[in-house]
Design a protein around this ligand. Sequence first.
Ligand code: SF4
Length: 476
Amino acid sequence: MNELFIKPNLKSAQRRTKDETIIERSRFNIPDEYLSLGFNKKFYLRTYGCQANERDSETLRGMLAMMSYAEVNTPEEADLIIMNTCAIRKNAEDKVFGEIGHLKQLKYENPDLIFVVCGCMAQEEEVVNTILKTHQHIDIIFGTHNIHRFPELLIQAHFSKERVVEVYSKEGEVYENLPVNRVQKAKAWVNIIYGCDKFCTYCIVPYTRGKERSRLSEDILKEVVTLVEEGYQEVTLLGQNVNAYGKDLELDYGFAELLEDVAKTDIPRIRFMTSHPWDFSDKMVDIIAQYDNIMPFVHLPLQSGSNEILKIMGRRYTTDEYLHVFDALKTKVKNIAFSTDIIVGFPNESEEQFNDTLKMIEYCQFDNVYTFIYSPRHGTPASKMEDNIELEVKRSRLKRLNQRVSVYALQNNKKIVDSIQNVLVDGPSKKNPDVYSGYTETNKLVNFIPKKAKAGMIVKVKITGANTWTLKGEEV
Ligand code: SF4
């Protein structure tokens, strides 16, 4: 058998080097003879997880368009199925494995079908071993560090009819030359930093996405300016930890400076995601407060309200330090809204420590909270910790937490009933085409009766009603 086999290795993924990141700018090329490989063929792409994955999928779409593939909405219609996976929690992985098993039948019906698994799960040694052992119908596995190699791997699998596995354990270059087919016409994801060096003890991301590598500001600004020229209304600056932007470049130019430079372009709306409170400087707060096109909404992951748990999590801040950032934003940025992440049931979390989290929820009164039961990830320090908390206890804590979270979400939504909000229109809602939906500056979803609204416009909407997670309104 002549299989291409490079498997991931956890030990190499854990290592960090001081190597300078190389920026690849040469023209992205697919040999002419393969530009029609996908002629009359269709691909189905399913994306799991975070916005970084959504953005990677847009790159895959760009490559597939270059190779003449057309996208379809169901796997049954496809000649090529790609699953761009997420490794952040076990149940996300279970879902992917369920889907891989479920779609096996399609491969029996059509042996020419090419089935691809990529993304963060493909960076995990354990996952790749399981796929190799039990899922013979997967033809290609590649990881987050060699997305640029996808066309080459596809060509190899197509002609050799053999399995191709190529996953690099260590991050490589920053690619400035990859094609992109954006899914949305008014909102764009813009990567600013890849990877993460924080190594929170429960998190797999530093192993699946590699070390922090910032793009150069001139490349980011050029991309934003092009998006403005193309009529985009909103950019979301992306990174596992955007606030660490620039630290690896050592140029005395960080996220605050980048945010200000992006705000000086003509882009109407700027968002950013995700922020680590430890790297959130006072200067960043001031820049957010200063520019109207930086949206008054911050996702600021807290994870736990207990200082003891935060320490074991390796989060590097105390609740007081978190509140320093939170309060500064709340005081300086008019009408700001917040969302956060909370993990309940971290190993040995006591009732008292959980109650500390509830106290933080009472104080911060977040607009939205993404709540999770702790999920051990193989290879992380936390996964080796003994855990004496029963799953039932964790579930009951999650329920209590969610109840409190809903109270504040509804309360915050009710506060803006009767106000007029600027809403970036997504388009007609799926359930009822007479109702449109869009997002306020504070990232709240509004379903509203349109007058002149069209997808991609920013319109004024009077808020007429509030539910826990959505608002109702009428265009004015
Ligand atoms: S900051 Fe922590 S939680 Fe976020 S990606 Fe990095 S290691 Fe994971």
